[in-house]
Write a new protein. Structure first.
Ligand code: NAD
Ligand code: IPM
Ligand code: MN
Length: 353
């Protein structure tokens, strides 16, 4: 299996280095994997003036799976829009047709105290958000900033075709079938035509999955319910922008954004694996970041692309073990636990493996 390793910017290289340590252990144990590293985001721009250099895209296309850290940083925020790091990330998702983004929020019992919510609200949480990743207001045309009636206007287009909704619906229903057979489709159909179509297509697709209980919720209510009573949800399916926002919110249910991995899949289960958080410029370069979301993303790689569930379990069990050993990076640290650095956390996972 070929893995394209794209560390990116900020804490990206620090957290990806820990995930690579994990992959090296698996390799030493006989896993037939090859890794090759390439720049993306600000690092891509610095290397060749493009946040998604041709060579990086070529490597990612040829790979079976991609491991990505994070992109972005304040030094790149004033570049021309097409040159910004985030555009490189959006382009690689689009180029590889990674339309289904799986963002699981799961609470390790020992981290209940690290969440800002009451332990009884979050304990036992096991939620899957399926976020559509290559459509919506992120990609809809027209978009831009222009002068109208003597003043600047900014505009984007929220747009979904029925085929885009249908294919992510099938992924979400398939996942719900393997979980609690409950799927909540989140949209804003009371206001947006785009959401109205989304909801209609979800209902159509639900006919193929009679065992799954489909419900619908407006996104504003969903944001509230996620914080009020998150355990009412099993699987959520939603569009690109709503999924972006709701998944950051739900990360706090699992203790910290540093805990939440993701898989972005095409229809053949080729995937890109990345933590849901960003490049965390405020802590970058200081060996403080939590690498567990990235390491858990490697577990997802084994589960979804390599279909090697035993290895996925092995990685997840190693993470459980370091949590049980009371090792904590700063973001999940609580009184009475041992604070460790990013690289110490990586070493502990390697030892637990
Ligand atoms: P962020 O997720 O980078 O950081 C938000 C907060 O969470 C910060 O306080 C940060 O220190 C903390 N945090 C994030 N990851 C952490 C980890 N692993 N361990 C400990 N703490 C962690 O979001 P932001 O500050 O809004 O964005 C910073 C940059 O990252 C921006 O340029 C943004 O565009 C980019 N970004 C990239 C991705 C991605 O590459 N997938 C995702 C989100 C944001
Ligand atoms: C994420 C990020 C990206 C997104 C940005 C950096 C383009 O926030 O992966 O959640 O909005 O999808
Ligand atoms: Mn996001």
């Amino acid at each position: 299996m070929k893995i394209a390793v794209l560390p990116g910017d900020g804490i990206g290289p620090e957290i990806v280095a820990q995930a690579v340590k994990v992959l090296e252990v698996l390799k030493a144990d006989g896993a037939r994997i090859e890794m090759e590293t390439a720049p993306i985001g600000g690092a891509g721009y610095d290397a060749s003036g493009d946040p998604l250099p041709d060579a990086t895209l070529k490597l990612a296309r040829a790979a079976d799976a991609v491991l990505l850290g994070a992109v972005g940083g304040p030094q790149y925020d004033t570049l021309d829009r097409p040159l910004r790091p985030e555009r490189g990330l959006l382009r690689i998702r689009k180029e590889l047709n990674l339309f289904a983004n799986l963002r699981p929020a799961l609470l390790y019992p020992e981290l209940a105290g690290a969440s800002s919510l009451k332990p009884d609200v979050v304990s036992g949480l096991d939620l899957m958000i399926v976020r559509e990743l290559t459509g919506d207001v992120y990609f809809g045309q027209p978009r831009g900033i222009e002068i109208r009636n003597g003043e600047r206007v900014g505009f984007n287009t929220m747009l979904y075709s029925e085929s885009e909704v249908r294919r992510v619906a099938h992924v979400a229903f398939g996942i719900a079938m393997k979980r609690g057979k409950k799927l909540c489709s989140v949209e804003k159909a009371n206001v947006l035509e785009c959401s109205e179509l989304w909801k209609e297509v979800m209902i159509e697709v639900s006919k193929d999955y009679p065992e799954v209980a489909l419900s619908h919720m407006y996104v504003d209510n969903a944001a509230m319910q996620l914080i009020r009573a998150p355990k009412q949800f099993d699987t959520i399916v939603t569009g690109n922008i709503f999924g972006d926002i709701l998944s950051d919110a739900s990360s706090i249910l699992s203790g910290s954004i540093g805990m939440l991995p993701s898989a972005s899949l095409d229809e053949h289960n080729k995937g890109m694996y990345e933590p849901i958080h960003g490049s965390a410029p405020d802590i970058a370069g200081r060996n403080l970041a939590n690498p567990l979301a990235t390491i858990l993303s490697v577990a997802m790689m084994y589960r979804y692309t390599f279909a090697d569930l035993a290895t996925a379990d092995r990685i997840e069990n190693a993470v459980k073990k370091v949590i049980a050993q009371s090792l904590r990076t700063g973001d999940i640290w609580t009184e009475g636990t041992q604070k460790v650095s990013c690289s110490e956390m990586g070493d502990a996972v390697v030892a637990a493996l």
